[in-house]
Design a protein. Structure first.
Lengths: 335, 400
């Protein structure tokens, strides 16, 4: 179903991002072939100019990808109106096998572009550009991801045929239904909440420890913990938090949170969770390049900043995710 | 450190604003064209939005299931007896027959929609009275023979000048007299503008439909959760009948509106492409003064990244202003001028056209959609020229 403003906008953005990626990729190939830090040839000066272009392009690409990520979910929500049986974005995304993969690739893409920009920011802090080769190798590795992203998205849009029966989210995420459409089931709410609270406490402790004294193994653990926490949080948001926000026990959907009916609550929730995970995980990743020439101080500074930011965002995120739950426990529901 | 950063950002913003002001003719021309493109796209989006909202509102009051008899792929009259075959299905509240069709008035060259209803039979029939500006809905055949309720533009077209009677031709060209017993209020014009409502017997007489046949049967269902199941049972019981549920009709409207709006957007893509080329061109053509300016900045210690930042701030400012101007204009166009530019494309081509007051509801998602459509291509078109201008070497302009 391409003849729809949402599909067109997504396709247009996809093409723009691919174009920017292709231009950046051209620079990457040239840098990998001809980069000579010591030389002052014309070629080298041109390349030093071009790395500005490629980094700007990736930064723009990141911004555009964040916009398309939101747009994709909103478009799915719009598509559900034309698919029989789909009541919200979940149903629309499950209408064909490309919906969920496209969303996940977009989500993880945002992290990878972010890591690349981090690498670039660290690189330009040093006069020797010590990370140039790694950076451009990574850029070339990002391009297939970009192509995959746009391909999945296009396949998804092409596969949307108005009027196919899909399961709505009440069935998909519901507790009492079995079968293959049940994405998230089989966890007990209590157990999940305990794990969630435990993870928050663990991350807060580990982060605090790291700020007091930086230890490599702990930083690695902290990053891994954040990645695990991201997955756990998405599950908890879907199965526990969302139905408290909607005040409907059987509506368990991670996407409707983004709608105006719920005061765009989801933007706050995901807007805290995703950057928090990024900063939490990137502290350790930045540590990988600490040994490079002239980067020691810069990396140390960034790591402390990233851990602090991730802790602040973690507090914001846990506040937001427990707000409706506690409100329900204390005041006994809506009103 | 943070304070220093903030100051730097503010200075860059300040420089970007002053740079836009120095090239105000160039900036203004881009801004105006950009605003016009956003205006077109946003108007289209808002009209679609408002129309599909309106359709949703209207459809909320239609019967849950409509039955039509199909023969050789075309709709034909359905026997009233079919209604009795449904008696065994639990959950059906009532089955109400309906006759409707179009009447072409050869004298006034206009199409009327004629509806024959059993108002007393319909579960919410009593509430139909609320849609009337004056008079009453026609009752059952024996009391209300020849009484009709008409919409606003029928009243105007027929030019009755105070009379309450008029006649229409039956298929055999004999005249059937009618008396106007009420008129619909202008508030419901989108539905009732070209409508003549009478009871089923009169409609059957007017269209010459044999006794025992009607156009379609409306099935009212008490519990909305049972609609799909009942629809399935009906189509099993009456295989030759097309069973339309309300949600199906609603989805079809959504697809049609989405399709039309997508079609409009594709047409506007040409305008967008032209604008992107213009923006690219305006941003690429560096005058000698601009080269000089950048060279001087570089000599003063500005880095490539600072100049890139200035350029990207300029693009963001231009897009922001263009969005505000374009979307405000689109809103005014849709609300106060009833989307005069696009109405024919989105609404159909009927001769009696209702006055339609559209009220677009702009959710954050729609704004994001319009931004994605316009701002992203613009930013992408200006980034490479911005980099070209930022990498002008410091000595090139000063030396020569």
């Amino acid at each position: 179903m391409f003849l729809n403003p949402w599909s067109l906008a997504l396709t247009l953005c996809g093409l723009v991002v691919l174009l920017l990626g292709a231009v950046a990729g051209k620079t990457a190939v040239r840098v990998l072939r001809f980069w000579e830090p010591g030389s002052d040839s014309n070629q080298q000066i041109r390349l030093e100019n071009e790395i500005w272009l490629s980094s700007t392009l990736v930064a723009y690409g990141l911004g555009f990808q964040i916009v398309t990520l939101i747009l994709f979910v909103l478009a799915a929500d719009e598509f559900c109106q034309v698919i029989v049986g789909a009541m919200c974005a979940t149903g629309a995304l499950l209408a064909n096998p490309f919906g969920m993969p496209a969303l996940l690739v977009k989500l993880f893409g945002v992290f990878f572009y972010g890591f690349w920009i981090l690498l670039h920011q660290l690189d330009i802090r040093s006069e020797h550009y010590p990370l140039v080769r790694i950076k451009y190798l990574a850029l070339l590795l990002l391009l297939p991801l970009l192509v995959l992203d746009v391909t999945l998205q296009t396949l998804y849009i092409a596969g949307i045929k108005p009027d196919i029966i899909t399961s709505c989210c009440a069935v998909v995420f519901g507790e009492n239904t079995g079968g293959s459409t049940n994405l998230i089931a089989g966890y007990s709410q209590q157990g999940l909440l305990l794990a969630f609270i435990g993870a928050i406490a663990g991350l807060l402790l580990a982060g605090w420890e790291l700020l007091l004294r930086w230890r490599l193994w702990l930083a690695g653990l902290y990053a891994a913990g954040w990645l695990w926490f991201l997955v756990l949080s998405l599950v908890v948001i879907t199965t526990v938090v969302s139905s408290y926000v909607y005040a409907m026990p059987y509506h368990k959907c991670p996407f409707c949170l983004l709608k105006p009916e719920y005061h765009y609550f989801g933007f706050g929730l995901y807007g805290a969770l995703i950057p928090a995970t990024f900063f939490g995980a990137s502290a350790a990743i930045a540590g990988l390049v600490r040994g490079r020439e002239g980067l020691g101080g810069v990396v140390d500074g960034y790591q402390r900043l990233a851990v602090k930011l991730s802790l602040v965002l973690l507090v914001v995120f846990s506040g937001l995710s427990f707000y409706h739950y506690l409100k329900y426990l204390i005041s006994g529901g809506e009103g | 450190m943070a304070r220093h950063n903030l100051e730097k950002q503010l200075s860059i913003l300040d420089f970007a604003l002053s740079s836009l002001w120095r090239h105000r003719m160039k900036s203004l021309s881009v801004l105006l064209v950009f605003a016009a493109v956003i205006f077109l796209l946003a108007s289209f989006q808002m009209v679609t939005q408002a129309l599909s909202d309106k359709a949703k509102q209207v459809l909320a009051h239609t019967p849950e299931i409509t039955l039509q008899k199909m023969s050789a792929g075309r709709q034909e009259s359905i026997p009233l007896a079919y209604g009795e075959q449904l008696a065994g299905i639990f959950g059906i509240r009532r089955v109400v027959p309906r006759i409707w069709g179009y009447y072409f008035d050869e004298v006034r060259l206009a199409n009327y929609t004629v509806m024959g209803l059993e108002v007393n039979e319909m579960p919410e029939g009593g509430r139909l009275g609320a849609t009337l500006a004056k008079g009453v809905m026609p009752g059952p055949a024996d009391e209300a023979q020849g009484r009709v309720v008409v919409g606003q533009s029928i009243k105007k077209t027929m030019d009755l000048a105070g009379r309450t009677t008029f006649s229409l031709f039956r298929p055999d060209l004999s005249l059937k007299p009618f008396e106007i017993s009420g008129e619909f209020s202008p508030d419901t014009d989108i539905l009732t503008n070209d409508l003549i409502v009478m009871n089923v017997a009169d409609a059957r007489d007017l269209f010459g439909i044999p006794a025992g046949l009607v156009t379609d049967l409306c099935v009212y269902v008490a519990n909305p959760k049972e609609i799909e199941t009942i629809a399935k049972k009906i189509s099993e019981a009456l295989p030759s009948v097309r069973v339309l549920t309300r949600s199906q009709i609603q989805k079809t409207y959504q697809v049609v509106f989405g399709w039309r709006s997508g079609f409009g957007s594709i047409c506007l893509l040409a305008a967008l492409a032209a604008f992107v080329i213009l923006a690219w061109d305006k941003a690429s053509g560096l005058s000698p003064e601009e080269r000089r300016e950048i060279a001087i900045l570089k000599v003063l210690g500005w880095e490539t990244s600072d100049i890139l930042a200035v350029r990207s701030r300029e693009s963001v400012i231009v897009s922001g202003l263009a969005c505000i101007v374009g979307m405000t204009a689109a809103y005014i166009h849709v609300v106060y001028f009833d989307a005069a530019l696009f109405r024919p494309v989105l609404m159909g081509w009927s001769v009696l056209r209702p006055d339609l007051h559209l009220l677009p509801r702009l959710a954050a998602g729609d704004i994001l959609l319009i931004l994605a459509f316009t701002v992203i291509p613009y930013l992408a078109a200006t980034v490479i020229p911005a980099w070209r201008s930022a990498t002008v070497p410091a000595d090139s302009a000063l030396g020569g």
